[in-house]
Design a protein around this ligand. Sequence first.
Ligand code: R5P
Length: 311
Amino acid sequence: MARYKIVAGTASLKFANDVATILNKKVEDVKIGTFSDGEIDVNIINSVRGDDIFIIQSTCSPTNDNLMELLILVDAFKRSSAGEITVVLPYFGYARQDRKAAPRVPITAKLVADMIEKSGVDRVVTIDLHAAQIQGFFNIPVDHLLGSMVFVNYIKNLNLKNPIIASPDVGGVARARTYAKALNYDLVIVDKNRDKKNKSEVMNIIGDIKNKDIIMVDDIVDTAGTLTNAALALKKDGANSVLACCTHGVLSGPALDRLENSSLDRLAITDTIPLSKPHDKIVVLSATNIIAQTIDKIYNKESINTMFDNI
Ligand code: R5P
């Protein structure tokens, strides 16, 4: 009888263990190491012949090592005669390079999708891709979950007095609208002009935010420039409080210092990327439940559609 097994990549050890616990399972015994020159070595301890495999690995920093490890894991399972191989990418690195934003630049998100597919994967599960269209970079099924599945209840339970959803830039309006609809809140937009890589500049706020409790939503918080600049502008314009909900806490470079010194009251992220150290302003919510539910449904060949009700 076919079984399914949960495999943890080194970037998502805790996440995968938590998912396995929810599913009453243990993560599969796989040795992942490096040779003396840094090349990655993988050894699956027990037979997996015919078993369906769910490999959980976020391609977060160190992105290239984690990506390469994922590809090698897939290859090892394929060559061990596993059944269907599903890659669960709680965070899909390189997603922001999803189009030719300037002349003579790569579309690295497509390149990475090709590499993952070519390694022998049958299906991909992921959360809040930077642009939903990245699903089309794969020619295999992609189950694209939403960060709002984690955040909507959290926001509801805050019982904010004067809540309003904000998009920190024009590109995030579709995502922000999903939250506004699910929560039945109004929506405002911070019109941001980004002139250099990893630098952001707030231009103006579209909508009335006087005395409002702002919930800013985004897919990624990286250097935190976008959020902290937007929070400053929102507070200057009379917002009462500013909370940000960002699915993937990349939090690189100056992010933690910026948060510390910012007008942002709180940042809620999920555990798709492990948080390096606790921070007073950061709350971590778990996305393991939605991944566990999805794995269970995929294995049992059930629709995941009901998971999108009310979000
Ligand atoms: C941009 O389009 C993304 O949705 C995020 O707003 C951006 O990646 C955040 O980057 P940072 O935190 O470095 O401003």
